[in-house]
Ligand binder design. Structure first.
Ligand SMILES: Cc1ncc(COP(=O)(O)O)c(C=O)c1O
Length: 398
């Protein structure tokens, strides 16, 4: 035994106090998005699986970030975020939906929507708490809840409408239920909750003293004149809720990982207690640049117009195929029913399409915790027309 082995022998191997490693998320595989993107890359397929735009960020915004960097805005931002940006956000709520949000005490800038969700869940959830989520569900909710010792109680929704039966939600509430997470507009279904849904949610939250996290990252991408119903409209939900959003979606810059959370003063104080030891603060020059860039609130309306054009372009083109397009009211995803094309299960068909037809999409079954097969794939249309055309060339050959 050499000297190093001897040291190891003394310090680790024979130490009865050594703990074996226990995974906090033993059943969490690599996400389906990474898997399909990898498969798309290795088969040179058009990647319409992961939700990111493939068009350029506005050069004016890039110039603003560069200018702030060159002007020395490179040190820590304040923990809750640059005040100018928080004021810009408050102004947006005031002008667009006539809601007053205090930029100092009710808005916190985060490192994207995912971190905001994780921190909000961590702020609320203690071991043993139950959390109701609606499936198909965005993939971060369940592992985030479980990382803090919570238990997810899924409510499954099904095509074609994915409507919520609020009575069946009420039946899932127990003395341990702490939180309901909603996502509106919804990824992957592309559906939007109505005022009736928000009222039903408000009733449950008020009656049972629950909390709510409302994932509103697609709030500005709604179609055909439909309005997004923020929980901020409801005084009850506003008092007991976190609203999570993402500039990645608003600025076509998903890699910038910047977003924010809106919550009442008390919930914000508690959120910041965790946030300051997790992220502390978010990158400075981008916050200043975004505050400048979003000075004109008309910008937000242009998002719906631009993405609706892309939705219509792709769904019209898909009419030449045997895919059936489900209604899409918002987000930059649509669901395609492939019943007329194949009897394969969703994951198998998604792999087949990527490998053989050279177009990658996401099986909807991957958004459920139990196996559900509805012959549905999610396709992302936040792409250049040339990318959509290339995908269509392939899909027309199936
Ligand atoms: C529903 C939903 N919530 C949250 C996020 C995460 O946002 P971010 O990229 O800012 O972390 C996404 C991103 O795709 C999403 O689709």
């Amino acid at each position: 035994m050499n000297f190093q082995d001897k040291l190891l022998d003394l310090s680790y191997k024979n130490n009865p106090a050594m703990h074996s490693f226990i995974s906090k998320l033993p059943a969490t595989p690599v996400s389906i998005f990474s898997r399909m993107s990898q498969l798309a890359q290795s088969h040179d397929a058009v990647n319409l699986s992961q939700g990111f735009p493939d068009f350029a960020v506005d050069p004016q915004l890039i110039d603003l970030v560069t200018t702030y960097m060159q002007d020395g805005f490179n040190q820590y931002a304040p923990m809750p975020g640059v005040l100018a940006l928080r004021e810009r956000i408050a102004h947006k709520y005031q002008v667009l939906i006539r809601i007053d949000v205090n930029p100092e005490t009710e808005i916190t800038i985060t490192a994207g929507g995912t971190q905001a969700l994780f921190t909000a869940i961590g702020t609320l959830i203690h071991p043993g708490d139950e959390v109701i989520i609606f499936e198909p569900a965005y993939d971060s909710y369940k592992p985030s809840v479980e990382a803090f010792g919570g238990k997810v109680v899924p409510v499954q929704l099904f095509a074609p409408d994915f409507e919520i039966d609020w009575e069946s939600v009420r039946e899932k509430i127990t003395s341990r239920t702490k939180l309901i997470i909603i996502n509106n507009p919804n990824n992957p279904t592309g559906r939007i909750l109505t005022r009736k849904d928000i009222i039903a949610l408000e009733k449950l939250v008020g009656t049972y003293g629950l909390y709510v996290i409302s994932d509103e990252v697609y709030e500005h991408i709604t179609f055909d004149g439909r309005k997004h119903e923020s929980i901020l409209f409801s005084p009850v939900l506003r008092e007991r809720g976190y609203v999570v959003t993402s500039f990645g979606k608003v600025l076509h810059a998903t890699g910038w990982k910047i977003g924010y959370v809106v919550a009442s003063m008390h919930l914000t104080e508690e959120f910041r207690k965790i946030h300051q030891f997790n992220v502390f603060s978010v990158n400075t020059p981008m916050q200043w640049a975004i505050a400048d860039y979003l000075s004109d609130v008309d910008y937000y309306a242009s998002l719906s117009t631009g993405f609706q054009e892309k939705r219509d372009y792709l769904s019209t083109a898909l009419q030449q195929t045997q895919f059936k397009v489900l209604p899409c009211e918002g987000t930059y995803f649509m669901l395609l029913d492939y019943t007329e094309i194949s009897a394969q299960a969703e994951l198998d068909f998604a792999i087949y399409l990527t490998e053989k037809a050279k177009v990658a999409m996401i099986p909807i079954s991957s958004f459920y915790s139990e196996t559900v097969n509805q012959n549905l794939l999610r396709i992302c249309f936040a792409k250049e027309k040339s990318t959509l055309d290339r995908a269509m060339d392939y899909l027309l050959q199936i």
